[in-house]
Design a protein around this ligand. Structure first.
Ligand SMILES: Nc1nc2c(ncn2[C@@H]2O[C@H](COP(=O)(O)OP(=O)(O)O)[C@@H](O)[C@H]2O)c(=O)[nH]1
Ligand SMILES: [Mg+2]
Length: 192
C-alpha cells in the first residue's frame, strides 16, 4: 500500500475527497516529494494554462493533489491563488540549502497566510525542510526560525526534515497530516 492509500484508508475518507495543496518555490523538491507519495496507479495530469506556470494534479481514490511553484515574482499569483479555496491541507516545501531564497520563501508564506481564502481557515500546514542531505542545508529548527513559523498561532503546523530523493522524513510528515486531518474532520462533524 502506498503512503497515500494508507493515509486515505486510515482516515476512512472513501466517500469524501480531501484536497491537498503542495506549494513552495521552484526547485524546492515538490515534484520529487509528490512522486514518492504517489501510488503507481495514480493518474497525473499536467496542466499548463500559460507559459511559465504549470500545475501538476493527481488523484487517488480519495485524495487529490494540486502542486505548483510559487515563483516568478508573483507574476502568476492570480492563477495559483485560484486553487486556495479548495485546499483542505497544505504541504509547503523549502529547499533547506537555499539560504539566499529563504527570505523569498518566507515572503510567499506570509502572502499565503494573509490571503482571504486561507487566513480565517484552520488548515493544517506541513512544512518539509527538504534537501537535508546537502552539506549546505540548515537544520529544520533554523528553517522554522527563518520562516518565523512560531508566529503561526491559528493553524496547526508541523515541520519535518526530509530528503526527498531517499524518501526520508516523508512518512513522519504524512503521519502528522493524517492526524490533523482526522481532528479537522471530527470538528467538522461536531460543527466546530
Ligand atoms: N540532494 C537533494 N536533492 C533534491 C531533494 N529533493 C529534490 N531534489 C532535487 O532538486 C531538484 C528540484 O526538485 P523538484 O522536485 O523538481 O523541485 P520542484 O521544482 O519544487 O518541483 C531536482 O534536481 C531534484 O532531484 C533532496 O531532498 N535532496
Ligand atoms: Mg515541480
Amino acid at each position: 500500500m502506498g503512503l497515500l492509500d494508507k493515509l486515505s484508508s486510515l482516515l476512512g475518507l472513501k466517500k469524501k475527497e480531501v484536497h491537498v495543496l503542495c506549494l513552495g518555490l521552484d526547485n524546492s523538491g515538490k515534484t520529487t516529494i509528490i512522486n514518492k507519495l504517489k501510488p503507481s496507479h495514480a493518474q497525473t495530469q499536467d496542466i499548463v494554462p500559460t507559459i511559465g506556470f504549470s500545475i501538476e494534479k493527481f488523484k487517488t481514490s480519495s485524495l487529490s493533489f494540486t502542486v505548483f511553484d510559487m515563483s516568478g515574482q508573483g507574476r502568476y499569483r492570480n492563477l495559483w491563488e485560484h486553487y486556495y479555496k479548495e485546499g483542505q491541507a497544505i504541504i509547503f516545501v523549502i529547499d533547506s540549502s537555499d539560504k539566499l531564497r529563504m527570505v523569498v520563501a518566507r515572503e510567499e508564506l506570509e502572502t499565503l497566510l494573509n490571503h482571504p481564502d486561507i487566513k480565517h481557515r484552520r488548515i493544517p500546514i506541513l512544512f518539509f525542510a527538504n534537501k537535508m542531505d546537502l552539506r549546505d542545508a540548515v537544520t529544520s529548527v533554523k528553517v522554522s526560525q527563518l520562516l518565523c513559523l512560531e508566529s503561526i498561532k491559528d493553524k496547526p503546523w508541523h515541520i519535518c526534515a526530509s530528503d526527498a530523493i531517499k524518501g526520508e522524513g516523508l512518512q513522519e510528515g504524512v503521519d502528522w497530516l493524517q492526524g490533523e486531518a482526522c481532528i479537522g474532520r471530527i470538528c467538522h462533524i461536531l460543527g466546530h
